[in-house]
Structures are given as C-alpha cells and as structure tokens.
Design a protein around this ligand. Structure first.
Ligand code: GLC
Length: 471
C-alpha cells in the first residue's frame, strides 16, 4: 500500500515537473523587440555565446547563500544558521551588520576580466543589488551600500563602476543584475507588518502611497545605474515575483503563490533606461512579454533547440554566492555545457562567486584557463554560429556558419579519438571536405564514417570535445 502510494505520488510529481518544465520551455509566447537598436544588440549578443555572471555581496563574508536566509520561508535555501538564527529580527540585524565589516581588499577586477577574456567569455553580468537590498554601487537612495563599508576609503570602492569598466576595457558587453524586490527597503518590507515570505509585506492595492514610493525608489536606482556607469548593454532584472498579476502563468506553480499584484511599471523603467542606453536589452526574467528580450532558464538546459534568444545561467560550482569549500564542475563538463547550449541556440552565462576579500577560488582561474585552451582551437564552431538540425544527437552537437558545418564530438573522460567516427544524424559522402579543428590534414570519409589516421589522433591528444569542420 505504502509502495503504491509512493509510486502514485512519484508519478504525479514527475507529471507536474514535466508540465512545469514544458511551460518554462514554451517559447511560443516570446515577444520579439521591434526597436531596431534593440534588435541589433540582441543579434550581437546572440553571436558572442559565452558570458560571466558574478554574485557578490556582503553575504560572501559569511559564505552563505546570497540574501535568502533573510527570507521567512520554509525552504532549504532560506535556512538561517549561526548564533542569531533563532530570532528573525536579531538575525536580520546581524546580517545587515556585515556591512560594517565588509572590506574586499583583494578586489582586482582587471585580473577577473583578463581571466574571463582568455577563457573566451565576451560579456559580463554583475550583481549590483541582490534581494537583500545591499547596493554594490554608490547609490544615493540608500545607506546600505558598498561605499558605506570599511572599503569606502579604497579608490575602487564603487565596485560596480570598476567591474563594468574593467570588462568593457577587454571588449566585453556589460550587464547589470538588479533585484526588483528589496528586503532592506521599508516600502517593500514595510515594518508595520512583519514579512511572511519573499513578497511585499502589504497589499500594494490597499496602500498605493507606499507602493508608489517603492516604484520610485526602484526607478531611481536603475536610473543611477543607467546613467553613471558608462555604457551598459543588458539590464538583467531578477525577482520575478515582482510583476503584475496579469502576467502570472497559471501553469508555473511558483507564480501561482504570488499573493499581491506588484506592478513595478516596467514600461516607465524601460523607457527611462533606454533613453540613457539606446538599444539596451531588458531582461525582466520570467515575466514573458515586451520586457523580456531574452529568456533565462536557471541551472538547466532546455531539452531541445529553442528558436528564440535565450541564455542558461549556471554556476561553475554548486553555489551562486561564495562558499569556502566549493565543488567545481570539471572543465569537461563545462565545455560540454557550453556546446550543448550553443547547439540548441542559446548562450551560457557562467557564474563565478568572488569571496569576501574580493578574490576568486584558484580553481575558478584553473577552469577558465583550461576552457580557454580548448576554445582557442575550437571557438570557430561556437562564436557567430547558428544551430543546425539535428542540434544534439547522442554524443554529437552541431552548429553552422555560412556554408560550414561544425560537428562536435562530446568525449568521455580521457577519451581519445577512435580510428573511425560516424557523426550521428549527419550524412557524409566521400567528397565531403573534413578537418579536425586545429589540424590541417584533410580527413577521408568511408561508409559515412570519418577515418582518423594515427598521427591525427596523437596530435589531437585528449580533449573534452573534438570539433570536425565540414565544408
Ligand atoms: C536563483 C537564486 C538567486 C540567484 C538567481 C540567479 O533564483 O535563488 O539568488 O540570484 O538564481 O539566476
């Protein structure tokens, strides 16, 4: 009986998960931008494929999940720890008190930008403000900010400005992650009602005067970012529960739990932002419509080719924020992730989390260096390519550029090339011109399979993925 029940529950759960995933991967509702400048920027962004996301804030000092321990929800990622955990009010005070200690003296954004560039990354998205409300920029609308910490005397204290400039200097497109919800702002978590969960703590319909103040605050902070920080290409807005009721998708379970209409007036924000940054990509995550210029599956890769602009954001380790003992994915896994995503038409935004002193783990540098070695040879099949059916099949992934077809063979760990290989789902004839990326030798095709001479196999060595260039 128990077994049967568990089985039933399991089946129901997987059916629900399937429906949910299906709803999240449903690209039919995507609204393409009509502004030619936005279209151009979007096309440019789709060509560059590989970006860096960084989650950095005072939470890094405690080595905990970003912001979420402030949120009174019964979810694993909201769990509080440490001496103040038993009392939410005390905990919030202590958490916000980290700002009095935060002093990332090893902050060196040029080093980050150089490492990311050498790995083949071409855009950056930086957390200017996460849900906790701590501004990693010199906002005049809050005191809870980086320029109000012991780091304030450092000439690089306005870290958002420094990060964007350092990456821009390396030719990167730049993006600002900004959380719409703000758990430090009294017009979001109004003190009269204790917060119950991630949402605004009062009903904005009943108290429009409070909500309007919050709307203005959000607008003003975004205007600071859009006007004082040089050219910005992407406004990446997180906290999808801050959205009009009318945009809720009833097929997505978390959206159904949103208790209040939280219309932040995206039309007004986008208009202002684009008046400072013409052609700006606005990514109002999960709020399908005019202000979601591309969609952003999180820690996941769609199971099929999606013919709209999209980006998977994923962590290089397990956590978005710095944790002392991080469990980094292998270079092979990271390369496969990039290839898989590009073959399905998307971009990869890979997260690295700086520590409290402003340094990355040494493993992060190592992974980037190894990815760079691979991409120097094989990037030709990544950048500026378009997907090509059958996209992904077995251990194969395909892209194309002009008349060239790129066929990636995703190898097992330590797998060398075999003597013959047959790309799945791709018909080759004896006159097809094929080379292995980085090797000039023309390869022969026999019975639809690529013949690999011993010398080519040796020269190729062991790679996470091998790229065949087919003309
Ligand atoms: C998840 C996390 C959030 C993080 C985001 C990045 O939603 O909860 O903290 O910023 O992923 O995509």
């Amino acid at each position: 009986m128990k077994f049967k029940l568990t089985l039933m529950a399991g089946l129901l759960l997987s059916a629900r998960l399937f429906a949910q995933q299906h709803a999240e991967q449903d690209h039919s509702k995507y609204v393409a931008p009509t502004d030619p400048l936005v279209q151009q920027k979007l096309a440019k962004w789709q060509d560059i494929k590989f970006g860096l996301l960084m989650h950095w804030g005072t939470y890094s000092q405690w080595g905990i999940v970003e912001s979420w321990s402030l949120c009174p929800e019964d979810e694993g990622w909201c769990e509080r720890r440490g001496p103040h955990a038993h009392d939410w009010y005390e905990y919030k005070k202590a958490y916000e008190g980290i700002a009095k200690e935060f002093n990332p003296v090893k902050f060196d954004p040029e080093r980050w930008a150089a490492a990311a560039r050498n790995a083949g990354m071409k855009y950056v998205v930086f957390t200017t403000k996460h849900h906790d409300g701590f501004a990693m920029f010199d906002s005049k609308y809050t005191d809870y900010k980086i320029t109000n910490t012991p780091f304030k005397s450092n000439p690089k204290s306005n870290v958002t400005k420094e990060v964007l400039a350092a990456f821009r200097n390396q030719g990167f497109m730049t993006g600002t992650y900004f959380s719409k919800p703000d758990w430090n702002n009294e017009y979001y978590w109004w003190k009269y009602f204790p917060p119950k969960d991630r949402n605004v703590s009062y009903d904005p319909k009943k108290r429009p005067e409070l909500w309007n103040k919050f709307k203005d605050f959000t607008y003003n902070q975004i205007e600071e970012l859009m006007s004082d920080y040089g050219s910005v290409d992407i406004l990446w807005l997180d906290g999808g529960w801050v959205r009009p009721f009318s945009t809720i998708d009833p097929n997505i379970s978390w959206q159904k739990t949103i208790p209040y209409d939280q219309d932040i007036d995206m039309a007004r924000i986008a208009k202002m932002a684009r008046s400072h940054q013409p052609g700006l990509l606005v990514v109002d995550r999960t709020v399908t419509g005019e202000f979601e210029n591309y969609v952003t599956p999180e820690q996941s890769i769609p199971d099929h080719h999606m013919p709209i602009p999209w980006e998977s954001c994923m962590t290089m380790g397990d956590s978005w924020s710095y944790i002392p003992k991080e469990n980094f994915k292998s270079t092979r896994k990271l390369v496969h992730t990039l290839v898989d995503i590009v073959a399905k038409g998307g971009n990869l935004l890979l997260n690295i989390a700086p520590g409290p002193d402003g340094a990355w783990h040494k493993e992060a540098y190592q992974r980037l260096e190894e990815i760079g070695k691979w991409i120097n040879v094989n990037g030709t099949g990544i950048y500026e390519t378009k997907p090509l059916a059958p996209y992904r099949q077995g251990k194969w992934a395909y892209t194309q550029k002009g008349k060239t077809t790129y066929a990636f063979y995703l190898a097992n760990e330590n797998e060398k090339l075999p003597a013959t290989l047959k790309p799945e789902g791709l018909a080759l004839t004896a006159n097809t011109r094929i080379t292995l990326a980085g090797n000039k030798k023309a390869l022969k095709v026999k019975n639809g399979g690529i013949e690999l001479p011993a010398k080519v196999i040796t020269e190729a060595g062991v790679q996470p993925a091998y790229l065949f260039v087919i003309d």
